[in-house]
Design a protein around this ligand. Sequence first.
Ligand code: NDP
Length: 242
Amino acid sequence: MKYALVTGGSRGIGRAVSMQLAEMGYCVLINYQSNQAEALETLRLVREKGSDGELMPFDVTNREEVDSVLNKWMEAHPGEYIEVLINNAGIRKDNLMLWMGGDEWNRVIDISLNGFYNVTQPLLKNMLVKKFGRIVNMVSLSGLKGMPGQVNYSAAKGGMIAATKALAQETAKKNVTVNAVAPGFIRTDMTQDLDENELKKQVPAGRFGTPEEVAALVGFLVSPAAAYITGEVISINGGLYT
Ligand code: NDP
């Protein structure tokens, strides 16, 4: 059995990625923070694709909790390892810098950037020892271009982009690729509060993207066909920003 871990796999893009990986034959470890009902629905959809999975709840910002859950998994699966990691968990807490509180700044950076460290660091060793691994980091157009009202989110995603490029160079010799996917507007819970009818006018493709379109790109980056792609940031935004 080949194993893939998707952080924030309970909803939105993480759910679609879980289904994509299930279709590719992976047993999917579905991480989430608190929404067990949605995570169970993802597990049901993974099984519908003919593969299997399990729920793996932890808060990506809590290194002790991450270590304890991953160590338990490793003890229960001797000789096996998680070869695919999708660092997808993320939140928005938009505000103009002038009014941005410490909690809005810290929480957004904690989940995306520190979450990347907390989950990737303990899984990396096995990928290097087994000489195969795939890491995909879910970033954002905001981390490439910078978005007003999202200084915290742009900083978190920009940090992940730089980390992607650096780590890719550390691991390439061991066939561990590290890439980032940078979506524009994708229709999920995260964008539910946005005025889609207004914002889609800014998108050359004339619409928001779907989680499934992002998942297809992640699937390609995980596949053997993408073995020579590493340290890249691939935009998926309907032409909004190139
Ligand atoms: P959703 O809000 O739909 O889902 C967020 C997911 O992250 C949920 O599964 C949630 O778990 C999980 N999560 C949040 N905090 C934590 C935490 N501390 N520990 C573990 N899991 C956590 O988001 P999207 O699917 O829209 O976004 C997924 C990723 O894509 C994010 O990184 C986001 O920044 C990025 N992105 C999204 C875009 C969009 O337009 N939607 C555009 C660009 C980037 P739970 O269900 O338990 O709350």
